[in-house]
Design a protein around this ligand. Structure first.
Ligand SMILES: [Zn+2]
Ligand SMILES: [Zn+2]
Length: 438
């Protein structure tokens, strides 16, 4: 065995992302949220027509309402001084949103559509299966706040009691903000399950103890900051919400494990990296990132530059006959640095790259071309699929789609990807190590 076991099946369910995508035809193995609800989630049936309902009230949230989207795009157009292009797109999206809201969706779902808001963050549920062994379920990141994860866990019918570990990619609240909410939900689900298993309904006793009997591990980097913010050109414009403290996480029954080094979890089927070496010249971290250093008690401290975000970690699963699936939630390290580290450690082909590629803001545009060139030309074999999610940005997605065609998958909240392994290809020795052209 290398750093991890190869698995026979990997199932990924995206719980929080910045977007929802229902209509694009996806490659084999990917399923939209709507199809999952209709085929697997026992949809409600309309009393009059007998037809299964598209029950939007209970679907994932993750798409920005047309009103908010309009406001955002108007702002972007003003900031970037590309008025005509953005105004045209704004108008199109607005009309499309209102058309869907009032003409396609039945009321009151139309109103719900107008009220739901996006969730700038990332969270993915990962299930690994090795034939003849027990399967493992872990959560990679938890989204930005308490509501999106709660709603989407319910919508996607996530088996909370089966999740054995929650891994935080890094200390930024768009990834850690849903952690406490998730732990509470899990406790409630297990508590409820334990009660109904141990007592028939008529014999249930009042029970104040909500500590779960099955502890979950919180897999965290030890270097939790007191606060992080963003200060472009040296001027602080905002601080992210504080990340949950170790104490708050433990108070909800989780066992905190801190890791600076790479390690295998989930029955040795998931690799969580250590610090990612920064060697690519054009990947210079999160521009304008700052950390507050000081004393919480005296409130004396200062903001210091911290563009490297060295606590960031990626996760990797190795699927038999397919190769590696990489989760890089925000890629502050740079996705090229991530891939270089993965290639040097695993010497296995890369099947899929998932995550935020952090190439959205105008100051990062110049990184797009060399990044796409690396992923699709310099790296051989090139990944079969790249899923640019979360903070990847519009221009990056377009560039990847141009280079990879359908290999660039527009994944989003509610989409499930199943990657089936093939042991025969392993036995035939067809999984050669990738090469990287200089
Ligand atoms: Zn981040
Ligand atoms: Zn992020």
């Amino acid at each position: 065995m290398g750093l991890v076991k190869t698995v026979d099946k990997l199932t990924v369910t995206f719980l929080v992302d910045n977007s929802i995508e229902w209509f694009t035809k996806l490659p084999p193995g990917f399923t939209h949220e709507m199809r999952l609800h209709l085929s697997e989630h026992d949809p409600p049936i309309d009393e009059v027509t007998g037809a299964p309902l598209l029950d939007f009230e209970n679907y994932c949230c993750g798409n920005v309402s047309p009103i908010l989207r309009t406001l955002c795009l108007i702002e972007v157009s003003w900031v970037e001084d590309r008025k005509e292009i953005f105004t045209a797109r704004t108008t199109l999206l607005t009309y499309l949103g209102f058309f869907i809201s009032f003409c396609v969706l039945p009321s009151p779902s139309a109103i719900a559509y107008l009220l739901v808001v996006g969730a700038h963050g990332f969270s993915a549920l990962i299930e690994t299966e090795v034939e003849g062994e027990e399967s493992h379920v872990v959560l990679f990141d938890t989204g930005p706040e308490s509501r999106s994860i709660a709603r989407n866990v319910a919508a996607m019918k996530v088996p909370l009691d089966r999740i054995e570990r929650v891994i935080l990619s890094h200390w930024h609240s768009d990834h850690s903000g849903g952690l406490l909410s998730f732990l509470r939900l899990r406790n409630e689900a297990i508590h409820h399950q334990d009660k109904s298993e141990s007592n028939p309904p008529q014999q249930q006793q009042p029970d104040s103890d909500t500590t779960p009997t099955k502890p979950i591990i919180a897999d965290l980097h030890p270097d939790r900051p007191i606060a992080r913010g963003i200060a472009p050109l040296g001027k602080l414009i905002g601080q992210l919400n504080p990340d949950p403290t170790f104490e708050a996480i433990e108070a909800l029954g989780a066992v905190v494990e801190t890791h600076k080094e790479g390690h295998a979890v989930a029955g040795d089927t998931v690799y969580v990296s250590g610090e990612i070496p920064r060697i690519t010249h054009f990947e210079q971290g999160l521009l304008g990132a700052v950390r507050w250093k000081g004393d919480v008690k005296t409130k004396q401290g200062e903001w210091v530059p911290e563009e490297d975000i060295m606590d960031e970690r990626y996760a990797v699963i190795d699927v038999a006959g397919k190769g590696l699936v990489i989760f890089s939630a925000c890629s502050h390290a740079g996705i090229v640095n991530v891939v270089r580290d993965v290639v040097s450690k695993f010497q296995r082909p890369i099947h899929m790259i998932i995550g935020g590629l952090h190439l959205a803001t105008p100051d990062l545009i110049e990184r797009i071309e060399p990044t796409v060139d690396f992923l699709t030309n310099k790296l051989r074999p090139a990944p079969t699929y790249i899923l640019p999610m979360h903070c990847s940005g519009f221009a990056c997605k377009i560039a990847l789609e141009r280079a990879l065609g359908e290999g660039c998958v527009p994944a989003g909240t509610g989409i499930r990807a199943i990657i089936d392994g093939n042991r025969k290809l392993e036995e035939e020795g067809r999984m050669w190590a990738p090469t990287i052209a200089s």
